[in-house]
Design a protein around this ligand. Structure first.
Ligand SMILES: [Zn+2]
Length: 283
């Protein structure tokens, strides 16, 4: 026997059904809402922007999404000199941005970016060029990235799980409004660089990029195997050493395994080689 609903209950259920049917309130919308960390429910319909639709349509549960985004490695806890947010707020923003770009990247195979303001914490843009090897700020936001008073923090995913590429670092250093850039590997690794806003940092990054090619060809000439996935990682470490950027990272087990094939002494040699090349070029 079915129990009759009280009138009040009936209206509640009716309202809820209506909300379900308009798509405002269903499981998948809640999932999307997780990502909308700064809109504070301004407009519920806004959750279904084109960038979000793949999530809405996907069959992945919030639990699975959370697991795939959080697998293996802890979220980055980094703070830069120019970012004006509290460490707690920044940690949450970075965690959610990481979740978003990794989830979108793993779903589509493309690079996705999310950029927010390091003063207010407001999100600036989410974007993809539907390419597996690059993504850049859309043109309409470039002007802001070039203004020195901006404090932009950019997150993007790397399907190959490599470190920040030469182009990533050079964009960070060339645009005076950018303060931090994150690359999140699909294998759980993350890489972070902070711009110290030094005038010659961009040149240093370019020299470093040339030096690694020389270093790798010396290794190859001596029949020493070098996993090229590690090349940008060494350049970034050298750039940190010479004071062009601050570089922090968390490597995945697979990257650590290929790093383990290079002896400590050889790693030191590589770092010295690149750092020396950068210092010499500067003079
Ligand atoms: Zn990149």
């Amino acid at each position: 026997m079915r129990l009759a609903l009280l009138p009040q209950q009936r209206t509640l259920r009716h309202q809820r059904q209506n909300q379900y049917s308009t798509g405002v309130l269903n499981k998948k919308t809640t999932l999307v809402r997780e990502y909308d960390f700064r809109r504070n429910g301004q407009n519920q319909y806004r959750y279904c922007t084109p960038a979000i639709l793949p999530i809405v349509k996907s069959k992945v549960s919030p639990y699975q999404m959370n697991m795939s985004a959080q697998k293996d490695i802890a979220d980055p806890e980094v703070i830069s000199d120019f970012c004006e947010l509290t460490p707690r707020k920044k940690y949450i923003l970075d965690k959610n941005a990481r979740k978003y770009v990794r989830f979108m990247g793993m779903q589509s195979g493309f690079e996705h970016l999310l950029c927010y303001c390091g003063i207010t914490g407001k999100e600036l843009v989410r974007h993809t060029e539907r390419k597996s090897d690059r993504v850049g700020l859309p043109k309409r936001h470039l002007a802001r990235a070039k203004v020195k008073r901006s404090r932009l923090v950019l997150h993007h995913n790397h399907p190959q799980s490599m470190s920040l590429s030469a182009i990533d670092v050079q964009h960070l250093l060339a645009r005076r409004g950018m303060v931090e850039i994150f690359a999140h590997g699909h294998d759980g690794s993350w890489y972070w660089a902070e711009s110290l806003r030094k005038r010659n940092a961009l040149d240093m990054a370019k020299y470093g990029d040339i030096a690694i090619v020389d270093a790798v060809s010396i290794l190859a000439a001596n029949h020493i195997f070098f996993d090229e996935r590690l090349a940008p990682h060494f350049v970034n470490r050298a750039l940190d050493r010479v004071g062009a950027i601050v570089y922090k990272f968390q490597l995945s087990t697979s990257i650590l395994a290929s790093l383990g094939q290079i002896s400590e002494a050889r790693q030191e040699w590589l770092l010295d080689f690149i750092s020396d090349a950068i210092r010499q070029e500067r003079q």
